[in-house]
Design a binder for this molecule. Structure first.
Ligand code: HEM
Length: 426
């Protein structure tokens, strides 16, 4: 890349050398483009600081906390199904991607910050616009060689726009952190519980958990809390949107698989029983479908590291300080591990078919100590949203694998969107 050499790895056995230990945890240079937004949050930090943060944040993803988010997942999924109703005449072709994005944005904003932005029900929202805008500028910068220099970038209209978006994003998160702290102080001094408009005890957001562990700024300052919340916002909506959308695309092409998923959902939710936390693990076939979709279209197709020591890969020495890109997309389509890699076959993930596979052959959430901290959250959210959609509608894709055009814009995104028709289930 210009004057900077990059080592590209496409076989998972070599990625294991980098990912399985804590030595090489410093991220590649491209991550520096998100630092003005996310600062030293969990995704971008390194060394001892990262170790400390990871230990501090791991309890926030405990299954008890995730379980407490279920009502939010349900409420947003229900609204999504309602909004999709107007498209569901079996004939209208429409792009489902923005619907899913707005739904996951509503979910992550409420679970991370405890506020409602109503991306699904309102059109103009400065926070949502700034979030899209900032992601667009970062992705454009990554793809455009001459914008990589800070000096050039910040002197162009791209860089200036980016700073405006950041000012809205940081302004919102800072305000929410401060308001939340004040509210908690007030309620604690009055011995009150935080309640919502229905008088229910309001559910703790990730932000509350961060405030709990912050010990009044001695362990985490307001700025550090802001960085972690911004990191969840960044990592936690586009990734799940892509995964849900690609899954719908593949199910819309493979109606036989979709019917099996539909059957499973009906079996688990007999007599219109509502979905519960405990039922999620019964949706085993849906889980295999999700994995196979993440195999073919991993939301994060490439990750990179800067090596902290020399590494030997077969006959080569990769010197300390090298940039190494690990192409998850290629691992997942390597015929050595996945024969006929372009074939959509969820049964690849039956236990008997996966047991002898290389442990790094399928790593949509990365692997090793720096893997995705949000993967359980993501799978839960995806299962719930997909169950709601598929229980109510039969999906048909109007694009094919050949013309859907996946592009890397921070995540693996369908360039023109994902076009489907929906037919109401009886
Ligand atoms: C399908 C959904 C998701 C996928 C495919 C995904 C994938 C990944 C991958 C590949 C990494 C490693 C990045 C790297 O090494 O540079 C990562 C890290 C991370 N993810 Fe996710 N992610 C998903 C959802 C989420 C969600 C929902 C959250 C938060 C609510 C989240 C939060 C994070 C964080 C904080 C890290 C950094 C962890 C660390 O460095 O210790 N992710 N994710």
């Amino acid at each position: 890349m210009g004057s900077s050499p990059i080592v590209n790895i496409t076989d998972p056995q070599y990625a294991e050398l980098l990912l399985s230990n804590s030595t090489h945890i410093s991220k590649g240079v491209v991550y520096s483009f998100v630092v003005p937004w996310l600062g030293d949050g969990l995704l971008t930090s390194k060394g001892a600081k990262w170790h400390r943060q990871r230990k501090l944040l791991t309890p926030a993803f405990h299954f008890k906390i995730l379980e407490s988010f279920m009502p939010i997942f349900f409420e947003k999924s229900k609204l999504l199904v309602k909004l999709l109703d107007k498209e569901a005449d079996g004939k209208t072709t429409f792009n489902i991607f923005p619907y899913i994005t707005h739904c996951t944005l509503d979910i992550i904003t409420e679970t991370a910050m405890g506020i409602q932005i109503n991306a699904m029900s309102t059109k103009n929202n400065s926070y949502v616009d700034a979030l899209y805008g900032a992601c667009g500028e970062i992705s454009n910068r990554m793809a455009t060689g001459w914008l990589r220099s800070d000096f050039i970038f910040y002197n162009t209209s791209y860089g200036k726009r980016f700073l405006q978006y950041l000012s809205t994003l940081h302004g919102t998160t800072n305000r929410v952190v401060n308001e939340r702290k004040d509210l908690r102080k007030k309620q604690n001094s009055n011995n009150e519980q935080i309640e919502d408009e229905f008088g229910r005890r309001k559910q703790k957001a990730f932000l509350d958990i961060l405030i709990d562990v912050s010990e009044d700024g001695t362990v985490l300052t307001n700025e550090q809390i802001r960085e972690e919340v911004d990191t969840f916002m960044f990592e936690g909506h586009d990734t799940t949107t892509a995964s849900i959308s690609w899954t719908l695309f593949l199910l819309g092409l493979h109606h036989d698989v979709q019917e099996q998923v539909y059957q499973e959902i009906n079996d688990v939710l007999q007599n219109d029983k509502p979905l519960e936390f405990n039922n999620l693990s019964d949706l085993k076939y849906l889980e295999r479908v999700l994995k196979e979709s993440l195999r073919m279209y991993p939301s994060v197709p490439t990750i990179s590291r800067t090596t902290s020591a020399d590494i030997r890969i077969d006959d080569y020495i990769i010197p300390k300080g090298s940039s190494v890109a690990m192409h998850i997309f290629d691992f997942h389509r390597n015929p050595k591990y996945f024969p006929q890699p372009t074939k959509f076959d969820p049964d690849r993930f039956l236990p008997e078919n996966s047991k002898d596979r290389h442990p790094y052959a399928f790593i949509p959430f990365s692997a090793g100590p720096r893997n995705c901290i949000g993967q359980k959250f993501a799978l839960m959210e995806e299962k719930i949203i997909l169950s709601y959609i598929l229980k109510n509608y039969k999906v048909t894709s109007t694009q094919t694998v050949d013309n859907v055009n996946p592009v890397v814009e921070l995540i693996l995104r369908p360039h023109e969107g994902l076009f489907v028709t929906l037919e109401k289930r009886k």
